[in-house]
Design a protein around this ligand. Structure first.
Ligand code: FE2
Length: 498
């Protein structure tokens, strides 16, 4: 059956859903040329509204993932987007209607997120709730989509974008908050890191009961080494980590979760408990069963949602990333029943910052490295876990209590010199997360291209802008056009074909 498009913040403007699958071969290049030395794909995934839930609500995380892929080779670009055919998607497709409802999916206001449990019935029993709608990353020649809390990682063909299914190593992963619906129904982080040389993938799951976090090191042959963090100080929304040559650095920040808040307090499951200290777990990368160093810091209550990368200089560990004044998510102290959802960057702002840890004493200090509001940090991912120099972000300007994103920013993280290019001014557009692609497989760190997706949603037009890292201030060297509205996607990655 058909439904009207709901008039909610989460489905307006840049968040209007792209409800069709497209194949655009030899995309129109409106300016410049696609570098002929680029060969690979740029993939992103995002929640895409298809129909209301069984409760008649539209929570963001319950919306099915849709993958967008831009394949570049021999100077041409081919675009495709496809629904990710998760078990949930297939069940609902077969019935032609929604088959799921969530404990946090029926309030009809900002509390609806679909981060909580689904209500099980005879139709959806045995069917995982995962939607594969937060990030997609390369692993062993496939793209793998994941959705934070709910659902196993899903393998996607990098050319056709066909859904290949739940990855074969999923039964070796742990559960997140939710009871597994079937054998192999696990969780996996949206922001794993990997070692470019060895192909090892570093991921984890988290939950609102102990062990609060379980690390998973996935080897290229599909074997998995796991470690439950029984010593974790409290549960946390474990969204991202830093990888150093020696450690996985997992931050416990007082952005907490508890499903009882939904059923008992009738609010969403997130809490911001500023009195809890920020605690860092330094987990040995090559010996995940080895001794974990816990560092309880006296850092002020701040929140790093996405890490940029880390450097170790003697006894100093430098953990970089945009630092928020608070998590950019709604809490009960901000909203009342009936309020519409507030979108990510409308209620909090972040600036590039650095937590420096003295490894001898455990002392920690926090610095703000730029006055410019920014988020969505990226790096040359060949250098994950090796130290780094170049960081990329989407920059913006302060807008009320939050920020409005408008530019690409490149920062030398050793000298803190930066280059910026303003992509939009007053025109309505969403400047989405950028991704780096190297000029050649063995190019030095940061030498190559930065691809920025831009949704000119008011014109119902999408665009990929390609910048040369030699000088981004000159503007894009190439613009690739999509003749329709490009659906909103939070995250994605590059896969090199060379
Ligand atoms: Fe994220």
């Amino acid at each position: 059956m058909g439904y009207p498009l709901p008039q909610e913040n989460s489905l307006k403007g840049p968040f209007q859903p792209m409800r069709f699958e497209a194949t655009v071969e030899e995309c129109i290049v409106t300016e410049g040329e696609i570098p002929r030395d680029l060969a690979g794909g740029f993939y992103r995934t995002g929640p895409t509204w298809k129909r209301p839930t069984k409760q008649g609500a539209n929570p963001l995380l319950g919306q099915d993932g849709m993958v967008q892929g831009l394949v570049l080779r021999e100077g041409r670009a081919d675009f495709r987007n496809r629904w990710i055919r998760t078990p949930k998607y297939l069940l609902e497709d077969r019935h032609g209607r929604s088959m799921f409802e969530w404990t946090d999916g029926g309030f009809g206001d900002w509390r609806d997120t679909a981060y909580g449990d689904v209500t099980r019935d005879r139709f959806n029993c045995g069917v995982p709730q995962g939607t594969a709608n937060i990030n997609i990353f390369p692993f062993q020649g496939e793209m793998v989509a994941s959705s934070e809390q709910g659902g196993a990682p899903i393998a996607i063909d990098p050319i056709t974008l066909d859904t290949k299914g739940i990855v074969p190593w999923s039964p070796k992963l742990s559960r997140g908050m939710h009871d597994p619906a079937a054998f192999g129904d696990a969780a996996f982080t949206a922001h794993p890191k990997w070692d470019h040389e060895t192909g090892t993938l570093y991921g984890w799951t988290y939950r609102d009961f102990a062990p609060y976090v379980t690390m998973h090191i996935v080897h290229p042959d599909g074997t998995v080494d796991s470690r439950d963090l029984w010593d974790a100080p409290y549960n946390t929304v474990a969204h991202d980590v830093w990888l150093t040559p020696e450690w996985i650095v997992m931050p416990f920040q007082p952005f907490t979760l508890d499903r009882k808040r939904i059923t008992e307090k009738k609010v969403n499951l997130w809490g911001w408990e500023e009195d809890k200290p920020i605690v860092l777990a330094l987990i040995p990368r090559d010996d995940v069963q080895g001794e974990i160093r816990w560092i309880e810091t006296d850092l002020p209550p701040q929140y790093i949602m996405h890490t940029m990368s880390a450097n170790v200089d003697g006894d100093r560990l430098m953990l970089d990333g945009p630092i928020f004044n608070r998590p950019p998510f709604p809490f009960e102290q901000d909203f009342a029943a009936g309020d519409d959802i507030a979108l990510f960057f409308s209620i909090a702002k972040s600036h590039l910052g650095r937590w420096t840890i003295d490894l001898r004493t455990g002392a920690a200090k926090s610095e703000q490295l730029s006055d410019r509001p920014s988020e969505l940090p990226k790096v040359d991912e060949r250098y994950y876990g090796r130290g780094y120099t170049w960081g990329y972000q989407v920059g913006g300007v302060v807008k009320r209590g939050g920020m409005s994103m408008n530019s690409l920013v490149v920062t030398n993280m050793r000298t803190l010199s930066e280059q910026a290019y303003q992509i939009r001014s007053s025109q309505p557009a969403a400047v989405l997360e950028a991704t780096f692609a190297p000029r050649s497989p063995d190019a030095p760190e940061g030498d190559g291209y930065i691809i920025v997706p831009v949704s000119w949603w008011a014109d119902k037009r999408g665009e990929y802008q390609i910048f040369d890292t030699h000088d981004i201030t000159k503007g894009p060297i190439c613009r690739i056009e999509l003749p329709f509205l490009m659906g909103w996607t939070p995250h994605g990655h590059w896969m090199d074909f060379r």
